[in-house]
Design a protein around this ligand. Structure first.
Ligand SMILES: *Cc1c(COP(=O)(O)O)cnc(C)c1O
Length: 450
């Protein structure tokens, strides 16, 4: 019987992060300022420490992981690689299915991989406080944990609907010592502006980002931390794919296709980029980003310069976007409701190195329940998107009799998302139609460049 869990020792935690920019066919498109001219790294200095800005624009292939960060990684890393024997059997597929389980971190997802690194560099730079936004609460709890470990105060602007629907994510952040505010709030100019237009605004990630950035920009002792999208965030997450490569080496396997849920692109980039190095060198491997049909950024968005936030405070990034003021339907995979995507993932998709598929909400929960009933682990609604795509692929292998190696990132557990599973079992979940009109309207308001 081949192994079920493929484990590494603590001394096998990678010593460097991998920077995909070194292996991309063309250099990344620069962020632009309001005047349409490329912004220099110094434009980011009001809200990010220098070390992270350097990583944001670095072209070096390998970037050393500080010893203090690796020490904290030891609390839960290396993360296990599983062979999904029982799921394979339940599906009757000749495919061999593997998954990397990131739910073993204290916050229950991959997000602490970057939260810890970001807190470390801010602490080194003498920063005392961090602000951030959170949707479903995964990122807010990860930064609360990291802030606590490095002695930083953390204030989290939490999208109002989630603030009300996910009280236990809030409790987690409080336990790790963070302050949590419902966004839009009265604390910032950005929040007051939104509330003036819509006092009952449910909030959105874009709005919460505006609030957190505005506060960080207005105080010298305070910086901002982002949980996805930016190059340095994807860089930190490459620890996932690097560990997975070693784990596959140990058992003499190599994936034919990699799947990961894609919101801002950080766990997808984290698991896929280290394999893209091999693909760039000619090896055949499919890299598939999986998104919701209700927020189909890579599959239906435009490849264009757009703002990262709702009210246009950030530099313009060249990415797939649905329009910065598009508010997606309230699906339960809160981490996948972002209007844009990582510029690196977007460019690689545009250049044909990365594929994307969109899956509807009900099918993702069906897949998640099927997974939980065979493998035991109860996945986050975001992770269910990857599981859904993998099951479809495994069933295609069954039809064709091909014994492919399928690998996906199980980005987190769903222990704080049980209300979503309850709604699914009660038959209350819907598939939202692709919100074409809302997207068209929003895309008509893309900023004009050049
Ligand atoms: C936040 C989150 C995601 C989506 O974010 P990415 O930056 O695209 O990785 C996916 N899965 C889980 C469990 C998350 O918490």
């Amino acid at each position: 019987m081949p192994q079920t869990k493929i484990l590494l020792d603590e001394n096998e935690i990678p010593s460097h992060w991998y920077n995909v920019v070194a292996d991309m066919p063309s250099p990344p498109a620069p962020p632009l300022g309001p005047d349409g001219k490329p912004v220099g790294p110094d434009a980011l200095a009001a809200i990010f420490p220098e070390a992270l800005i350097e990583q944001e624009v670095s072209t070096e292939r390998w970037i050393p992981i500080p010893e203090q960060v690796r020490e904290i990684y030891r609390l839960w890393r290396p993360a296990p690689l599983y062979r999904a024997h029982r799921l394979e059997e339940a599906l009757g597929t000749p495919a061999r299915i593997y998954y990397k389980y990131e739910g073993v971190s204290p916050a229950g997802s991959h997000k602490p991989n970057t939260a810890v690194a970001q807190a470390y560099y801010n602490r080194q730079a003498g920063i005392k406080r961090l602000t951030t936004e959170t949707g479903a609460g995964q990122w807010g709890s990860s930064l609360a944990l990291a802030g606590q470990l490095f002695g930083l105060e953390v204030r989290v602007y939490m999208v109002r609907v989630s603030y009300e629907q996910k009280p236990f994510r809030r409790s987690m952040m409080h336990t790790w010592g963070a302050e949590v505010l419902a966004s839009p709030s009265e604390r910032t100019e950005a929040g007051r502006r939104i509330l003036a237009g819509d006092p009952d605004s449910p909030g959105s990630l874009g709005i919460a980002i505006s609030e957190a950035v505005q506060e960080a920009a207005s105080r010298d002792d305070t910086n901002y931390a982002l949980g996805s999208v930016l190059n340095h965030v994807l860089l930190h997450q490459t620890i996932i794919g690097q560990e997975a490569k070693r784990q596959f080496e140990k058992i003499g396997e190599y994936p034919d296709a990699i799947f990961a849920p894609c919101g801002g692109g950080s766990n997808f980039g984290g698991v896929a980029f280290p394999f893209l190095a091999d693909k760039a060198a000619g090896r055949e491997i499919r890299l598939v980003a999986v998104e919701p049909t209700s927020c189909p950024t890579l599959t239906k968005g435009h490849y264009a310069y757009d703002f990262g936030d709702a009210i246009g405070m950030t530099p313009l990034l060249l990415m797939y976007t649905l329009g910065h003021d598009f508010v997606p339907p309230g699906i339960h995979a809160g981490g996948l409701r972002y209007h844009g995507d990582s510029a690196l993932v977007s460019q690689l998709h545009h250049e044909g190195l990365v594929e994307a598929v969109a899956v509807p909400q009900l099918a993702t929960f069906e897949a998640g329940v099927r997974f939980a009933r065979s493998e035991g682990i109860l996945p986050a609604p975001e992770s269910n998107h990857a599981i859904c795509a993998v099951i479809e692929e495994a069933l295609r292998c069954k039809e064709s009799g091909e014994s492919r190696v399928l690998f996906f990132n199980l980005s987190g557990h769903g222990h704080f998302d049980m209300a979503a599973y309850d709604s699914f079992f009660a038959g209350e979940l819907e598939d939202f139609d692709y919100p074409e009109e809302a997207i068209e309207e929003s895309l008509a308001r893309l900023p004009k460049v050049g």
